[in-house]
Design a protein around this ligand. Structure first.
Ligand SMILES: Cc1cc2nc3c(=O)[nH]c(=O)nc-3n(C[C@H](O)[C@H](O)[C@H](O)COP(=O)(O)OP(=O)(O)OC[C@H]3O[C@@H](n4cnc5c(N)ncnc54)[C@H](O)[C@@H]3O)c2cc1C
Length: 302
């Protein structure tokens, strides 16, 4: 007769280099927090993975104990998928390395890196790829959901630039997914979210993008109709380096916002020109015509 034993948290701790934080440990409150404060959940175990071996051990532990498993990159999930109650969280945020190969114009990015991490590393080589508009969003969750951003018009979605992924599957194996290898898994990763395994690294195609001309124009809310009509006409035929989009924005307390307008609900054009920076100012001209500009901040930036 074979005896089935359930692994204990102590056995997991002996096995991994990662911090393993339970509800009894100090730091559990910090370890369980996600970006969206509406999700105030209490996982039984948080494993702060530092390398692939930790992820394999964590997946095996969750499977063998029957614990629900949530995977967290930068924790930006709107529906709170990066945490759970009474289950296990594999927190990839310690795994944030980015390796850029300027010869092939590719980057190998750890599963817990943010877009800020990738942009910083790639910009040193005058390279970039389509990623999120906010630097603290995770490469993981954003890419697995498709990934739209400023560079989508010239270079496609984040998943269009994904060349391969290293994945720990539910049975604890480590697979490479690409067009050539495990192509069905690669297909599923490109938009299927975090449901097909834990991606420990992503390989991206990069493009020659150095400094861009970008920023924001804020208009009175009364201009919203004109703003949206403008975009409907403008964006289908706009030059590809133009990655602008319309938005609604509560004016934040920033130096370029007139003090008496802070807190007002305004509409906005978030502008982004990825062509030659010297053409940036001219590319912005149509946005000044939409309506009275309440505040403006646009210029060259990395
Ligand atoms: C401020 C903000 C700005 C945003 N801007 C954009 C934008 O410009 N473009 C856009 O397309 N989306 C944007 N989003 C949406 C964002 O892409 C999704 O919320 C995404 O899921 C966040 O990824 P994350 O890694 O930060 O989140 P997490 O909460 O860590 O993860 C989200 C989901 O992805 C899974 N996951 C994350 N990493 C991995 C991994 N390595 N392996 C397996 N599964 C993983 C998790 O299990 C979870 O289900 C934005 C969201 C926020 C909050």
């Amino acid at each position: 007769m074979s005896v089935i034993t359930t692994p204990t948290v102590e056995q997991l701790r002996d096995q991994v280099r990662a911090a393993v934080i339970t509800q009894a440990d100090p730091g559990h409150d910090e370890a369980r927090a996600v970006h969206n404060g509406m999700f105030d959940r209490y996982p039984a175990v948080v494993l702060r993975a530092e390398q692939v071996a930790d992820v394999i051990a964590g997946v095996n532990f969750a499977r063998d104990t029957g614990l629900e498993l949530a995977v967290r990159g930068a924790g930006h999930s709107a529906p709170g998928f990066g945490t759970c109650d009474a289950g296990m969280v594999i927190d990839l945020s310690p795994m944030r390395s980015v390796y850029v190969d300027p010869v092939t114009a590719t980057a190998r990015v750890d599963g817990g890196a943010t877009w800020g991490d990738l942009n910083y590393a790639a910009h040193a080589f005058g390279l970039a790829t389509t990623g999120g508009i906010v630097s603290t969003t995770g490469v993981g969750g954003l890419t697995l959901g498709g990934g739209i951003g400023y560079l989508a018009r010239p270079y496609g979605l984040s998943i269009d630039n994904l060349r391969s992924a290293q994945v720990v599957t539910a049975d604890g194996r480590v697979l490479t997914a690409s067009q050539a290898e495990n192509a069905d898994l690669f297909w599923a990763l490109r938009g299927g979210g975090g449901n097909f395994g834990v991606v420990t690294s992503f390989e991206f195609q990069l493009h020659p993008v150095g400094d861009v001309y970008a920023g924001i124009f804020l208009y009175e809310l009364a201009s919203a109709r004109d703003l949206l009509r403008f975009f409907a006409d403008f964006i289908p035929t706009a030059p590809e380096p133009d990655g602008a989009f319309p938005a609604f924005q509560i004016a934040p307390p920033l130096p370029f916002i007139p003090a008496d307008r802070v807190g007002d609900t305004l509409c906005a054009a978030i502008v982004h020109w990825a062509g030659p920076v010297s053409e940036g100012r001219r590319a912005m001209a149509p946005f000044r015509e939409i309506g009275p500009v309440v505040a403006e901040m646009a210029g060259p930036m990395p």
